[in-house]
Design a protein around this ligand. Structure first.
Ligand SMILES: N=CN[C@@H](CCC(=O)O)C(=O)O
Ligand SMILES: [Zn+2]
Length: 414
């Protein structure tokens, strides 16, 4: 199919100004109550009021016309932070947390991330692919059309490379645009428990070079946290990764205010993740360097922690993005509509700010801004039709997905 015209839609899209939207522009959204979108071979050639787009389409050969029947149209969600490639759920651990055990104590006792490491090491590549595809297709049905996926349940060279191969195949075998992140620095593996520094050496001397040679991962991420990787170790790991051509991300100040947000500013990472405990000085430094805050409210929800201070970050000028953090431990959800609802109702973000955060800023956070994240000429026709009048339906109709149709490059995919 070549040219498709989607008409009679209430269109809401962030406006791409050439950099992540921050501060007063965090909610920079355009809308047309009766809008239309024209795409050719999956790329948007016109978008705007129905009247204007029809005038443009008049002299063109339109192969297919879709009446959206007044549905609300928004860009496909971009989920910029997931650990969705895993072999087994961790339901028992959830019950332990409900009974009072803390996330980091479970990890310290060899559970949590380390139990996912055991199951991913034991899984055959095809098995890991099959569970990951199931999870990713669920996300697609909830409107995620582009996604970042981290390794980090291997923690040895061979298994990390296996995860990255699986992540690459997910990108090839589903309609989604998938970006891979190497996260060998997700935890200290059990065999290095008594000598974590040896593992840092292994990461720098062997694992990062191997992941770079493999050529699948574009980003490198580190879990900078008490009992995991210190700020100093994180700095060395990230600098080694940068020297090998990786772009950088960092899990920063999730539980303790260790200074990870400050390190993100110092290294000018693409994004810093979580930030529940980040202090104001370091957030200011992030704002100055344009580091995107990837906020993960479903994790705070599941861990029963206070949410990241999204309003403060927006006030300071930090560009905010939203992500599911989908993983089998601290945030088992594939649903961006759920994350959107939490952001609006529990982090006091406006609907427009949450829309920008879950599409355009998320796309910037994983380097896909040139092709997705907003409905503008030249970008891919990745969009959702919602059962509602405005994007507010995503927060208003709680506990269900108002996403009724998902289009990727102009093609109906879910
Ligand atoms: N906090 C560190 N890593 C993940 C959780 C991974 C897991 O528990 O399996 C996160 O971002 O929440
Ligand atoms: Zn994470």
């Amino acid at each position: 199919m070549l040219t498709t015209l989607f008409r009679n839609a209430a269109i809401y899209t962030p406006v791409d100004e050439g950099k992540p939207l921050a501060g007063k522009l965090q909610g920079h959204v355009r809308s047309w109550e009766r809008g239309a979108l024209l795409c050719d071979k999956g790329i948007i050639t016109a978008v705007g009021s129905e009247e204007d787009v029809l005038a443009k389409a008049k002299d063109m050969e339109v192969d297919m016309e879709v009446d959206c029947q007044g549905a609300c149209m928004i860009p496909g969600f971009v989920d910029p932070h997931t650990h969705i490639c895993f072999a087994e759920r961790r339901e028992k651990e959830f019950s332990m947390r409900l009974a009072g055990a803390s996330y980091l104590d479970i990890l310290k006792a060899g559970g949590g991330i380390l139990s996912s490491v055991r199951s991913v090491r034991n899984a055959k590549e095809e098995e890991l692919l099959s569970t990951t595809l199931d999870n990713v297709l669920t996300a697609l049905s909830f409107g995620t059309t582009s996604m970042e996926i981290k390794s980090g349940y291997g923690l040895d060279t061979e298994t990390e490379l296996k995860m990255l191969r699986v992540i690459e195949r997910v990108g090839k075998e589903t309609p989604l645009d998938v970006i891979a992140t190497f996260m060998g620095a997700h935890a200290i593996p059990e065999e290095y428990k008594s000598n974590p520094e040896e593992y840092v050496k292994l990461l720098i001397d062997e694992m990062i070079p191997a992941a770079s040679k493999q050529g699948i991962a574009q980003y490198c991420d580190v879990f900078c946290e008490e009992g995991v990787f210190s700020v100093e170790q994180s700095r060395r790991i990230l600098e080694a990764a940068r020297n090998r051509g990786f772009k950088l991300k960092i899990h920063a100040d999730e539980v303790h205010d260790l200074g990870g947000a400050g390190l993100a500013a110092e290294l000018e990472t693409a994004s810093a993740e979580h930030l529940l405990a980040a202090n104001e000085e370091n957030l200011k430094a992030m704002a100055e360097k344009g580091v995107i805050a990837d906020l993960l409210p479903a994790t705070a929800y599941s861990l029963k922690k206070p949410y990241a201070k999204a309003r403060k970050m927006i006030e300071l000028g930090v560009p905010v993005a939203l992500a599911t953090d989908c993983n089998p431990g601290s945030s088992y959800t594939e649903s961006m509509p759920f994350v959107f609802g939490l952001a609006v109702l529990n982090m006091d973000m406006t609907v427009e700010e949450a829309l920008v955060a879950s599409t355009l800023n998320a796309a910037y956070s994983i380097g896909l801004n040139h092709k997705v994240g907003s409905l503008e000429v030249g970008k891919q026709a990745d969009f959702l039709l919602l059962d509602g009048e405005t994007p507010a339906i995503l927060a208003y109709h709680a506990g269900v997905s108002p996403v009724v149709e998902v289009y990727k490059k102009g093609i109906h995919v879910a």
